[in-house]
Design a protein around this ligand. Structure first.
Ligand code: AKG
Ligand code: FE2
Length: 412
């Protein structure tokens, strides 16, 4: 209980010790269960800010929602968003017996055309997120198919889920609960202290002994996503090392495939680093395992993780609000994001969680070497809509971050 006593509250409880042998302690309440974000801000935490001054109602009119369409006609249909015009706005093809999903808003309408005739029309309602285009009455083969029955069952599940929990099911259905460790995020300021035997690499070499790292809850359910701040995840030398290696792979990605692709929502540049690229990186990955409570062996690209994504933002670049998960029609999903702050810009560039703090939104501006951990998945296996986040525009200087994306139950 060495690390806990450092917190001086005597309330620690051992959570689990995974196979690296690193002991993990849960500090059950240095701030107590009733902490509000204002209390947390009062403790002098510099890294956090509300985005808006006042609470906005959670379920505002025109709330965004994920809509899934299933086509049980055999023909490819033309999908159109009803903007009030006669022909609507073409929104892609929906293959015969196929599926598609889209982000939409309460009250919006989509219709589907076949040879100039409308065959289906749906008005979006955030309590309903599966929309089924029925098979023809005499198409008994499709009506009796497993796929059609599964779609009806899925729609029933989703209606019940939304009624029961108040949020839509956004993930693939069916999908089990996550199997990977998920740290409890019960109240603001709750802190988990992790001892890692994989201490920092410095200019002079590797530090001896265990490193104590703390994960502090800065947002939790149901008012927001589950977000933790991890201070001093990396040493200054390790940040420099990542910039040095990252510079090369970003340059490669610029000339390689997709290098000329310009996205409006993501204007930064990125590249990928393999954990085996250097002994320093390998050691950092073992520390990631300790901090995440996940066997570090799983954090490789043939198991549960993607390679380390290095992202560089220059003046005015940004990444507009997005989710790190998607529904691509399989149960495997991105489970968590460990976002590392490698270099901070002089102005701008906060990471924002617009749906945190009951819709007031949260901006996080950690220091160099710090990390933010957030879960894209809920404990029941659904995707967490509230984990929406953005890299805000850089006003001055350069920002470097890394993404470690971990999938559950395995990486696809
Ligand atoms: O730059 C940031 O703060 C966020 C980056 C991000 O969300 C991403 O790369 O997916
Ligand atoms: Fe992201």
């Amino acid at each position: 209980l060495e690390y806990c006593s450092a917190l001086n509250d005597g309330q620690c409880e051992t959570l689990r010790a995974h196979d690296t042998g690193a002991p993990v302690f849960l500090d059950t309440g240095s701030l107590g269960g009733e902490t509000t974000l204002d209390d947390l801000l009062d403790t002098g935490i510099k890294e956090l800010k509300y985005m808006k001054a006042h609470t906005s109602p959670r379920k505002a009119r025109g709330a965004s929602m994920g809509a899934k369409f299933r086509n049980f006609r055999r023909e490819t249909l033309d999908m159109r968003w009803d903007d009030g015009s006669k022909e609507g706005v073409y929104s892609g093809d929906l293959a015969g017996l196929g599926r598609t999903s889209t982000l939409s808003y309460d009250g919006h309408t989509f219709f589907f055309m076949l040879h100039g005739e409308e065959v289906a029309r749906f008005r979006m309602n955030s309590d309903e997120n599966v929309y089924i285009i029925e098979p023809l009455p005499d198409d008994h083969e499709v009506r009796n198919s497993d796929q059609y029955k599964a779609a009806l069952e899925e729609r029933t599940f989703m209606r019940d889920y939304a009624k029961r929990t108040g949020v839509p099911w956004l993930a693939f259905y069916p999908r089990p609960k996550p199997i990977l460790n998920m740290w409890p995020a019960e109240f603001l300021g709750q802190t988990h202290v992790v001892a890692s035997p994989h201490a920092y690499t410095h200019e002079e070499g590797i530090a001896e002994g265990d490193l104590a790292l703390s994960l502090q809850v800065v947002s939790h359910a149901p008012q927001g996503p589950r977000v933790f701040l991890v201070r001093e995840m990396l040493s200054q030398f390790e940040c420099d090392h990542i910039i040095e290696m990252g510079t090369k792979v970003i340059r490669e990605s610029m000339v390689g495939q997709g290098g000329g692709f310009k996205s409006k929502t993501r204007t930064s540049r990125n590249g990928w680093l393999r954990r085996s690229a250097s002994p320093t990186l390998e050691r950092i990955y073992k520390r990631f395992g300790d901090v995440l409570g996940i066997d570090h062996e799983l954090l490789s690209s043939n198991r549960n993780a993607e390679e380390l994504q290095v992202v560089r933002y220059q003046q005015s670049q940004e990444y507009a609000p997005h989710h790190d998960f998607g529904d691509d029609g399989t149960p495997e999903q991105r489970f968590l994001t460990l976002l590392l702050y490698i270099q901070l810009p002089d102005k701008g560039g906060a990471t924002s969680f617009p749906k945190a703090a009951d819709g007031r939104g949260l901006q996080v501006v950690p220091a160099r070497g710090d990390a933010v951990l957030f879960y894209s998945m809920l404990p029941d296996g659904n995707a967490d809509d509230l984990a929406l986040h953005a890299g805000m525009p850089i006003h001055e200087g350069e920002k470097w971050v890394c993404n470690l994306w971990v999938w559950d139950p395995v990486r696809k």
